[in-house]
Design a protein around this ligand. Structure first.
Ligand SMILES: NC(=O)c1ccc[n+]([C@@H]2O[C@H](COP(=O)([O-])OP(=O)(O)OC[C@H]3O[C@@H](n4cnc5c(N)ncnc54)[C@H](OP(=O)(O)O)[C@@H]3O)[C@@H](O)[C@H]2O)c1
Length: 373
């Protein structure tokens, strides 16, 4: 393969990989569509809108560090959508670093992110490369809201909230179920503090309507991972509620089943069981999102000793936003030398105002900011 193809979409046969490709084409970026089955990638690409004039090659690759390193060598940006990331993500990070590529992914798995941050931040930073997990709707949109709040001097505490109407894909459901194995954290006084449960129930009061729904901390979120390294932020927590209120209850039941029955199984025995349980909830690829149904509101309250601010982002089509964020980030990383490197939120790397501008340009979000005192 020649140098013409600087971006690799790994997991191109999946629901999210296809959306990343759709937006790479919009930005006229040539790419390699990679995954473990060339046949499945060909089938998946056939249904991508506009694919007929996209500039790409397909690569079948084994999921191993040597094979991925060979594929990535000579490229610049890796868009990784192969999850659950706690199972498959590290090999792709390692290969990206070895090949000298910037790394982006779509995880929302806090526990895995914490481990990868400890292990890879310095290595990527000294190589001048960016490693930005969670370059995805969850949790880049709410990260933008948090960073808008932090623009007000004195804000040191972030209450991040997410309410979404969505249908998780197969790997998304598996990824959520995988999180039941791990502790999740909030930030209190600059320190990581574990929750008692990974899917602990929290009430969420929705903006404007004041309706109360049930949510959980959903594994903790990426904000805590990134803000634990930001001296401005003393406290940070996140609560997420799905409009389908059966989902959080299902996650809680699974966490209980894991603690009572499954935690003693080896990974080889455990993953098929978790996948079967996830498959009971979602076993087929969901349809393309519909903006009249797949809506969300993400918001953050920022507080300090004598300041109070909030930022609300109302939008639609979370998976499409994920595709757009990945492609926009790839476009920027191809063209500009990033001002910061290492394991960092994509909003910190590219600027949160620029990211929201990219989303607004496609009509996906609207943002309001308010200073209360
Ligand atoms: N944070 C967010 O907002 C957000 C948004 C979108 C997605 N995600 C995350 O992104 C991940 C992918 O989601 P998706 O919607 O694309 O799911 P999906 O449609 O189920 O696709 C999964 C992809 O991973 C590949 N894959 C699975 N196991 C593999 C293995 N052992 N080796 C190599 N490739 C493997 C699949 O390849 P085959 O086709 O060959 O099976 C497919 O390309 C999930 O972890 C999901 O949670 C997060």
């Amino acid at each position: 393969m020649n140098d013409h193809y600087q971006v690799v979409v790994y997991g191109a046969s999946g629901y999210t990989g296809r959306l990343v490709i759709e937006f790479l084409r919009e930005y006229s970026i040539p790419f390699i569509a990679a995954g473990r089955s060339a046949q499945r990638i060909e089938e998946a690409l056939r249904v991508i809108p506009g694919i007929e004039n996209a500039d790409y090659e397909i690569a079948e690759v084994e999921h191993s560090v040597p094979a991925l390193t060979e594929l990535f060598t000579g490229r610049k940006v890796i868009c990784n959508t192969v999850g659950p990331f706690s199972r498959f993500g590290e090999a792709t990070i390692e290969a990206s670093l070895a090949a000298g590529c910037h790394y982006l992914d779509t995880t929302g798995e806090q526990n895995w992110m914490l481990a990868m941050q400890d292990k890879y931040h310095d290595l990527f930073e000294s190589a001048g490369l960016v490693c930005s997990p969670a370059t995805a709707y969850m949790f880049t949109v709410s990260d933008i809201a948090a960073r808008v709040c932090l623009e007000t001097p004195g804000v040191d505490s972030l209450d991040v909230r997410v309410f979404t109407h969505g249908t998780p894909t197969v790997a998304s459901t598996q990824s959520v179920f995988d999180m039941c194995r791990n502790a999740s954290y909030r930030l209190e006084n600059h320190r990581l503090v574990p929750y008692e449960q990974t899917f602990e129930p929290h009430q969420l009061t929705l903006p404007v309507s004041g309706d109360i729904v049930m949510g959980t901390q959903w594994g903790g979120g990426s904000h805590v991972v990134y803000f634990r390294k930001d001296s401005r932020v003393r406290n940070c927590n996140m609560v997420l509620a799905m409009a389908n209120q059966k989902i959080w209850k299902g996650c809680q039941e699974l966490e209980l089943a894991y603690k009572v029955q499954l935690q003693w199984l080896s990974d080889e025995q455990l993953f098929p069981v978790l996948d079967q349980l996830a498959g009971n909830l979602q076993s087929t690829m969901p349809p393309r999102e519909n903006r009249h149904q797949n809506r969300f509101i993400d918001w953050c309250h920022g507080r300090g000793n004598n300041v109070s601010v909030s930022c609300h982002i109302t939008g639609n089509n979370a998976y499409q936003i994920t595709g757009l964020l990945q492609a926009y980030a790839a476009m920027r990383l191809l063209r500009d030398k990033p001002v910061v490197a290492g394991f960092r939120s994509i909003a910190e790397v590219l600027g949160h105002r620029d990211l929201v501008g990219a989303l607004q340009a496609y009509g996906y979000v609207n943002m309001t900011e308010q200073r209360h005192c």
